[in-house]
Design a binder for this molecule. Structure first.
Ligand SMILES: [Zn+2]
Ligand SMILES: [Zn+2]
Length: 367
């Protein structure tokens, strides 16, 4: 039963010592604030060096339970998002897809404890203003959406799960190097005379070698609940400001538990690292052009950590489709999906045709 399991994420024990009300983390500060009496309590976090976990030991199950915590989550049947569950706040709809939440009870789950966190800097008020500004700027947005943007309490503060990986790589490659040279060729010009001109050609030669790369904090989102193309566009994150994780930072917010495991995440990290490895290979080959025919990368000293990053999220339904709007909770970077109002587009087209017809008519009459 939910009550009997100790939840690391639940915030029920954090209450105001002045008035007994629930405290929530105040974005932009390092404090918990009472929404009723205004009392602020600074969060004291024991500062320790950020610990990376050894990847191979972990996947071979040599890591003990000390890295793991138990949390209570609730899962959306529609989109699969699994977020922390607060018994005091029964959510009616999923924050990620706006579907009705069927599960009314949380489930206990063991996860790797987050090592560090970036806390919210952007307040809910600032987030709502960013949402309104974004809505104002987009063309042909349905009026329903504008109305929705001005409603209250539709922006959800969520910590998204991420993995970061460190590794050093050794890559053996085979490829080709292209060197440009100038040559003179004969041709027949437009007057039918024979002429010469200079052309650039490329001489290819085979190339092979070994390159080394070092990677620090390759960032992989451990969630499948939001469209990848938007979530990666919320970057950059100021990872240099990561602080030690403390569950108090989550007070008043939700956290999604990771849906992409450590190993799957490393596969994604490999794809991300390929770009840098390829560019190292290209500069190693040299010349004016490079071709990479094959490569083989060896990953050494792989370590990882689990971190939480803050976003403000709004999921809205329009014509049975879900559209999402998200804000980087640190920088205020905004990304969103948007519906189009076909009525507005049609009216605009009709208006444009009318104006063009009028101009044509006037030109014919008075031209
Ligand atoms: Zn209080
Ligand atoms: Zn959902």
């Amino acid at each position: 039963m939910v009550d009997k399991v100790k939840s690391e994420y639940n915030q029920n024990e954090i209450i105001c010592n002045q008035c007994g009300a629930k405290l929530t983390f105040e974005p932009g500060t390092n404090s918990l604030k009472c929404q009723y009496c205004g009392a602020e309590n600074e969060i004291i976090t024991e500062i320790s060096e950020i610990q990376e976990i050894d990847y191979l030991s972990f996947i071979n199950n040599k890591v003990n339970d000390s890295n793991q915590i138990e949390i209570i989550t609730v899962k959306c049947e529609a989109c699969g998002a699994e977020t922390t569950f607060d018994e005091n706040v029964i959510a009616q709809t999923c924050d990620f897809c706006a579907s009705p939440l069927l599960a009314k009870e949380g489930q206990s789950k063991k996860i790797i404890e987050p090592e560090s966190i970036l806390t919210f800097k952007i307040t809910e008020k600032e987030g709502k203003d960013l949402f309104k500004t974004w809505i104002k700027k987009i063309w042909f947005a349905p009026n329903d959406l504008k109305k929705y943007a001005y409603q209250k309490g539709k922006l959800n503060g969520i910590y998204l799960p991420y993995w970061t990986y460190d590794t050093s790589t050794t890559t053996q490659y085979k490829g080709q190097r292209g060197d440009d040279y100038q040559t003179t060729e004969s041709y027949t010009n437009s007057k039918g005379e024979s002429d010469t001109r200079t052309v650039t050609e490329t001489r290819w030669s085979s190339a092979s070698g070994t390159v080394h790369n070092n990677f620090d904090d390759v960032l992989v989102v451990a969630s499948k609940s939001l469209p990848e193309k938007y979530i990666y566009k919320l970057e950059p994150w100021d990872l240099e400001n990561l602080t030690n994780y403390n569950k108090k930072y989550l007070a008043g917010f939700k956290a999604e538990s990771y849906g992409i495991g450590v190993e799957e995440g490393f596969g994604i990290a490999k794809d991300i690292m390929q770009y840098e490895i390829d560019s190292t290979i290209r500069s190693d080959i040299g010349g004016d052009h490079q071709r990479i025919n094959s490569k083989n990368t060896d990953y050494q000293d792989i370590t990882f950590k689990h971190i939480l990053l803050p976003i403000w999220l709004s999921a809205y339904r329009y014509n049975k489709k879900v559209y999402r709007f998200m804000i980087n909770g640190r920088t205020g970077e905004v990304k969103g999906e948007r519906p189009y109002s076909w009525i507005k587009i049609t009216l605009a087209v009709i208006l444009a045709i009318a104006i063009i017809s009028l101009i044509v008519y006037l030109a014919d009459t008075y031209g």
